[in-house]
Write a protein that binds this ligand. Structure first.
Ligand code: MLT
Length: 258
């Protein structure tokens, strides 16, 4: 498969063990801002925008999870980072699992936040493609209207999330929907992951119910589950202290291993 990485927009804070935080759909790197202040004196925190999101470019009609993983590898090359801890939120978690498959030796640790290994059901795939077609016709307001209430149960986050989604380029949203629809099941790859892995779940998450995270943690060899009682699908915004603690645990493990 031919992979042409694009140059990702990113922000960077702090020094030390590289910790790359990858946002979910249809968002951008700014969702991680609440945890940055808690992490930047302990690690080199890098926040990319995935292709077609935030200020990152797009050059394909389908943003496959593999292509997005290649973009992360190219970003690491550009920053002269051989190995990093990767944390992926939801769609960002699908990207992390693809990265782990292709570049296992470039990982120091993994955080899988409100995400899953399973592929889409046929019904879900069709719904994504229908949404992509609707976004093409009507723009991102199609997802900006309904999505915030599915992402969080915290009323003060609804408006900021809506504004963030409305800023997202329509083509990026369409390409990611198609990419998620065609992503393969990653379940069989899980046993190949040998780095410490924090599986972080919001107990109130209705998009990725916490039971799915529990199963994900059980299928991994070196994983532990962090279930956050008050959080739903956006734990890094809803419960930043708990999320930062889990990420710092990975940083500590990476330092003691290195
Ligand atoms: C996300 O938060 O990235 C998406 O909800 C993931 C998905 O739709 O599968």
């Amino acid at each position: 498969m031919e992979c042409r990485p694009v140059q990702l927009n990113y922000e960077e804070f702090g020094q030390g063990v590289p910790l790359i935080l990858i946002h979910g759909f249809p968002l951008d790197h700014s969702i991680w801002q609440p945890v940055v202040a808690l992490l930047e004196s302990h690690a080199r925190v890098i926040l990319p925008d995935l292709r077609g999101f935030g200020k990152s470019p797009l050059d394909e009609e389908v943003s496959s999870m593999r292509l997005m993983a290649e973009d992360i590898a190219a970003l690491m090359d550009g920053l002269k980072i051989e190995k990093a801890i990767l944390a992926g939120h939801s769609m960002g978690g699908y990207v992390c699992l693809n990265f782990a498959r292709v570049y296992p030796r470039r990982l120091l640790g993994l955080a899988l936040v409100a995400t899953q290994a399973a592929e889409d059901t046929l019904e879900r795939r069709q719904a994504r493609l229908a949404t992509a077609a609707e976004v093409k016709r009507k723009g991102v307001r199609v997802v900006a209207g309904s999505m915030p209430a599915r992402l969080t149960n915290q009323p003060d986050l609804l408006e900021p999330l809506k504004k963030l989604i409305l800023k997202t380029p329509s083509k990026g949203v369409q390409a990611a929907l198609k990419g998620m629809a065609e992503r393969p099941d990653a379940t069989d790859w899980l046993t190949e992951i040998t780095v410490p892995t924090a599986v972080i779940a919001g107990a109130q998450d209705t998009l990725i119910p916490p039971g799915r995270s529990k199963t994900l943690a059980q299928m991994l060899n070196h994983a532990w589950l962090v279930e956050i009682a008050g959080a739903s699908h956006m734990p890094m915004m809803e419960s930043p202290v708990e999320v930062a603690d889990a990420l710092l645990q990975l940083v500590k493990l990476a330092k003691s291993a290195g």
